[in-house]
Each structure stands twice: as structure tokens, then as C-alpha cells.
Ligand binder design. Sequence first.
Ligand SMILES: *[C@@H]1O[C@H](CO)[C@@H](O)[C@H](O)[C@H]1NC(C)=O
Length: 364
Amino acid sequence: MAPKYQDAEIGLLKEEVKRQHHHDTKHSWHTAAVALFSFVLLLGVIFAFLHADSLNPAPEDHPLDGLKLDKGSMNVLIIGDWGRKGQYNQSFVARQMGRVGKELDVDFIVSAGDNFYKTGLKDVEDDNFDLSFTDVYTAESLQKRWYAVLGNHDYKGDERAQVDKRLQQKDTRWFCDYFYTIPVSVGPSSTVEFFMIDTTPMVEKYWTFPESLKYSWRRPIPREEVVASTLANLNSALEKSSATWKIVIGHHTIYSFGYHGDTQEVVEKVLPILKDNKVDLYINGHDHCLEHVKRDDSDIHFVTTGGGSRSWNGKFAKDVQARSEAKLYYDGDGFISLSASPSSVLINFFDITGQVLHKFKLEK
Ligand SMILES: *[C@@H]1O[C@H](CO)[C@@H](O)[C@H](O)[C@H]1NC(C)=O
């Protein structure tokens, strides 16, 4: 049976979410609030000299009512494009991941790459690992395994540091590799399987002068071999899999209305494998926004979760709101949750207040 799905909303840009949010805000205790605000602002200005991000107040928490009803037998959070030492809204996204993670009692967290800005990790000792990961995702609900793929920024440092198992001595949550799969049982005869791929070597411009100067390419085999082995691994793992739900995670977009747009090499090389093997979902980062794309020419749902920090904030294809295949385009920061039961997969998109911007459900 062909998978069915239900949609909630279409094309939300940050301005619209903000307007809706303001509409909700209560105006009582006005005078006291102004006095308190002035005092806090003064403290904020003083503190700002020590810490550049603190002029932005933490956003108000949106209630998470109702999420429990949608809990599945497997619950995960998926985030991309995040490691900025807590700056550029990274900490605010982390806070909401902590809240949603607790509410859903998540099993693990998935990272879609660009884990450490701007130039990955330089070695296993790099303190950017502590400052951008361990010290930021401190909520108790996030003390679970983190399964990561690499993004292009990770290749600007020594990407081998991120796949080095010695990193787990610094933080036991961390796991990253060039290719692996995560099979999760969600019922007596039902499995969700994640296929984790490395898309950065596929992209031609990173290997072409002068862009190539920014990349260090420490993997010791030629590009053609790296790409061919990724595609062969993906194809054979998908062929062997009997999972009910097949979900492929890579850093680069396939279809996107963000600043980067589609990634031609991934469309050409990876998409045919996804179609041949009846993959349900392709989930990526790279474009710093939240997106859900569903085209009429394919059963696959394309999800971008690149809102871990420093989102596009106004950068998107001009016609995005007129595009029927763009079920959600949100240019702000955030992350997604994915809950699976034997017959359904539910995805929620969250902003930095914990508000659900969009959701969809696949059923088999
Ligand atoms: C953080 O998010 C808020 C709300 O979307 C936005 O107004 C602000 O510009 C963001 N800050 C940064 C540094 O990106």
C-alpha cells in the first residue's frame, strides 16, 4: 500500500510566526514589567560587554501540551548545523530540545552534520568539542547517544577527529562515522532503520580551486573511490534491510528552497538509490532552515533540519510560498522530532520557543 500522509500547515516564514506569537502575548502587569524590564536591560547591557549573545533575551517557552499523545515506541530528535559555542541561538535551540526531549523521553539524537563551526575539529583535543557540544546540550533528556554524520564545515578541519572513538572518552554520548546504519525495533515485527551517509565528498565545487583551498580532505583515498563506496554501501544496506521504515540521513539537500537550494550531485547520485529502494524519508541539514518538501513525482518526503544555530533569517527562494511541494519552509532556528510506531511515523518541527510549526504523519 502506498504511504499516506497528512499535513498541518504550509509555508511559514519567521515574520508570520512572530506576528502570531505577539498576538498571543498578554499585556497585564504592564507597569511592573516595564520597570523590571529596564532593570534587566541594564544588567543585560553590562553583561553584554562580557558575552556577545546576551542582548537577545531567551525566548519564552511555548507550552508542549498534546505532544505526549503523539509519542511513539521510538522517539528521537534530529538537528543540523549547530556547533557555535552556544551562540547564534544554539543555546536556545538546545533548551527546547531539552524540553521536547523530556516530554517525548527520547531514545537518541541524530545530527545531520556541520557539527562544529566554522572549521570542524582540528584534532581530538580541540576544545570546540566541549564548548559547542558537551557544555551546550546539558539537559538531562539529551544525555543519550548522539549519532552524527559529517557536513562540509566538518571537512574544513580534520574530519577524522570526529569519527575517532577517543572522542567518546571526552563525552560518551558522541558517535560519528562515514557510513553506518541504526536499526531500531518499534514492534514485534517492525523496525525503523536510519542509513547515515557522508555527502560532502560528492559535491564537486569543494574539490575545485579556489573553494578547494578551504577543505583539508584527510581521508586517504581518492574522491571517486570515497563516493563510489558510499553509494555502494547505501545501496547494499538498503537492499538487505527489511525495515518497515527506511530513513536516509545526509548533510546535503536533495530538494530545498533555502539559500543553498538543491544539491545536484546528491540528486543525481543518491536520489535514484532512494527511489529504487522505496525509502520513506530523506533528512538533511546544510540549508539553515526547517523544510518539508513532498513532490508529486515521488513518494519520498524530503526534510531539512538545518536550524541548529544561525538560521537563514530571510534567505529563501522568492517563490517558496507559491510552491505546492513546499509543505513547510521556515527560515528561523529549530529542530525536529520523529516518533515511530509499527504503522506510523510522525514528524514535528519546532522553533526556538518549542512551538510546533508544522507536523506530518506517514502511515503504512
Ligand atoms: C534568534 O532567533 C530569533 C527568533 O527567530 C531571531 O529574531 C534572532 O535574529 C536570532 N538570532 C540570531 C543571532 O540569529
